[in-house]
Design a protein. Structure first.
Lengths: 181, 181
């Protein structure tokens, strides 16, 4: 932040406000404190019969790598709305959501990922604007070496384990930068 | 947003950028798009023996009403860190976290609440800086008419039901503005 979005001042301090214990961007001219907070990424693990829908990214970061449909939650959206929207946009697919399944803290980039399990409504899918390809993968065909993000790797791993028992407890994990493949 | 935080311009447009489908604050001078996204509130339902720890708020909003420890997740924090910090700050208590328990969408104020179940480590607690009082409440003593937020009411209600069966599935709900007591 270089300028105050409230008054236009170019004098933004990084300081600990009274009664606080963290550094914030504070405008010394109008006094406003500019808070920033972690963002949510909502996603889905969409299944059709015994296969999992993955999309190949056509945009950065991680262009050319495979991902589950997921993206930043927007203002005015529920987690469920966001997860379904990303599935429509990235995989041109309609999904029936089940329970929340995985939750990841990525403190180094101030993100929280939340994935639902889901079922494709009709088996239709395709490559959306941000995807170069989309496909249904059996367990033995998952491109483990070409997955876009650690959150995808972890969610798929948990799912294949949990599917054997038919029980899908919520899984929470912290993702550290060095885990990035 | 009145001024661009990147270049200081006072000409901020509310427009749909190319390739997007939502209105954003866009600076016509430097071209930057200013995204805003929902914020996360992390909290705890802290239990000691068979009683639940509540805090009476000493700040607005809902000053004088009872709440579970909860607050905005900070950058660099995990959900768990945030939930524990709020319990220390608001209730001067140390808590051992169990699983994520309730998740609420509050789309009208762009917030997602996430509560963990937890156990007090040693039974110690008190009123923190943002609390006028704190106390352990049995089921029959919960001040239902004096709870601060619908998320608190719902979380306590789920807990008392689920405790009878000893099973605490993750509960997700949408909170609408008209539910506010």
């Amino acid at each position: 932040m270089k300028y105050c979005s409230e008054c236009g001042s170019g004098r933004i301090d990084l300081t600990i406000p009274g009664g606080d214990d963290r550094h914030r961007h504070v405008c010394p001219d109008c006094g406003i404190i500019h808070y920033t907070n972690p963002r949510i990424i909502a996603g889905v693990l969409p299944v059709w019969e015994d296969r999992i829908l993955l999309c190949k990214r056509s945009i950065q970061p991680r262009e050319g790598y495979w991902t589950l449909p997921a993206g930043f939650l927007e203002n005015g959206e529920t987690l469920q709305d966001g997860a379904r929207r990303e599935t429509r946009e990235e995989a041109l697919a309609q999904v029936d959501l089940h329970d929340i399944y995985t939750i990841f803290n990525l403190t180094h980039i101030n993100q929280v990922y939340i994935f639902f399990r889901g079922s494709l409504l009709d088996g239709d899918y395709g490559a959306g604007d941000e995807s170069a390809d989309a496909g249904l993968f059996s367990a033995e065909d998952i491109p483990w070496g070409e997955l876009a993000f650690p959150t995808i790797h972890e969610t798929l791993g948990f799912y294949l384990q949990d599917r054997e028992h038919g029980d899908f407890p919520v899984r929470t994990r912290d993702i550290e930068p060095m885990n990035r493949g």
